[in-house]
Design a protein around this ligand. Structure first.
Ligand code: HBI
Ligand code: FE
Length: 285
């Protein structure tokens, strides 16, 4: 929400990737990030994510060429990655997803920003988001998210959609036969959060519940205080519009939940000790 203002027409944001314009330094930045992340993700990320990286040729040699990547992605799921300059307005974003187009920034961070950027760049958008789109169930979930977003805009329910995206597409974990694994792109593209989300005693890890998640505020400036855990890598919530409209009505009568708060109804998998965020707020004071 409030990410960008301007036209709601996706075509106004679509660009050519300009693959020829990347410098050696740009490709080197990608290589450093991709190598480091791939190593850290071993044994921590869902297998399907690593399979997606491999099938799409998203490696550590350099920035992927969208023309090559899209041939494989389109053949598998009918999705394509489209280059955009940065964050785009909600409606344009939803329209693209509803049309099976994933907007990805084409610029890459500078060497002095390896660990923190404010706006998503090509490493976050492509390395973090695109591999799972090779999975048909996830590809359908993203499309249904875009369609739900367009309806939410007419019902004053955008905040619920933003929280849902945050806690699923960006920051979810999932139970797998091998244990708890990362699936969210925001975690998968961040070395610090890769470790924190799975191994820190600080955050809560709570079983995913659609209404609960839609009520929950989130932090955009730091690691999450609570991660929601899907019951399997394919257990994306159904975003049936006829169910969402009454749900939004119901949620209007319930309060927001703070990022670190536990509710009596929660199925808590790990109760966090909150130590990370507590020590930060002390040092800030
Ligand atoms: N634009 N490029 C881009 N990437 C996003 O992830 C994005 C966006 N615009 C809006 C948006 N996300 C979110 O506010 C929606 O999920 C609600
Ligand atoms: Fe993202």
């Amino acid at each position: 929400m409030n990410t960008a203002t301007g036209s709601d027409d996706p075509r106004d944001y679509m660009r050519d990737q300009g693959f020829e314009n990347y410098t050696e330094a740009d490709h080197a930045t990608w290589s450093i990030l991709a190598k480091r992340q791939r190593e850290l993700l071993q044994g921590r990320i869902a297998d399907q994510f690593l399979e997606g990286l491999d099938h799409l040729g998203i490696g550590d040699e350099g920035i992927p060429d969208f023309r090559v990547m899209n041939q494989r992605l389109k053949a598998a799921t009918g999705w394509e990655v489209v280059a955009v300059p940065g964050l785009i307005p909600d409606l344009a974003f939803f329209r693209m997803l509803a049309n099976r187009q994933f907007p990805a920034g084409f610029w890459i961070r500078k060497p002095e920003q390896l660990d923190y950027i404010e706006e998503p760049d090509i490493f976050h958008d492509v390395f973090g988001h695109v591999p799972l789109i090779m999975q048909p169930i996830y590809a359908d979930y993203l499309e249904s998210y875009g369609k739900a977003g367009l309806v939410a805009a007419e019902h004053g329910a955008l905040k619920y959609l933003a929280r849902l995206y945050w806690y699923t597409v960006e920051f979810s974990l999932a139970q797998t036969p091998d244990g708890m694994r990362i699936v969210g792109a925001g975690i998968a593209s961040s070395p610090g959060e890769t470790i924190f989300a799975l191994e820190s005693p600080s955050p809560n890890r709570v079983a995913f519940d659609l209404g609960r998640v839609m009520r929950t505020l989130y932090r955009i400036d730091d690691y999450q205080e609570t991660y929601f855990v899907l019951d399997g890598v394919e257990a994306w919530p159904s975003l049936d519009i006829d169910r969402l409209i009454p749900l939004w009505k119901e949620l209007e009568g319930q309060g927001e939940i703070k990022p670190g708060e536990i509710q009596p109804e929660d199925r808590v998998l790990t109760q966090g000790d909150g130590s990370y965020h507590r020590s930060k707020s002390k040092s800030a004071a």
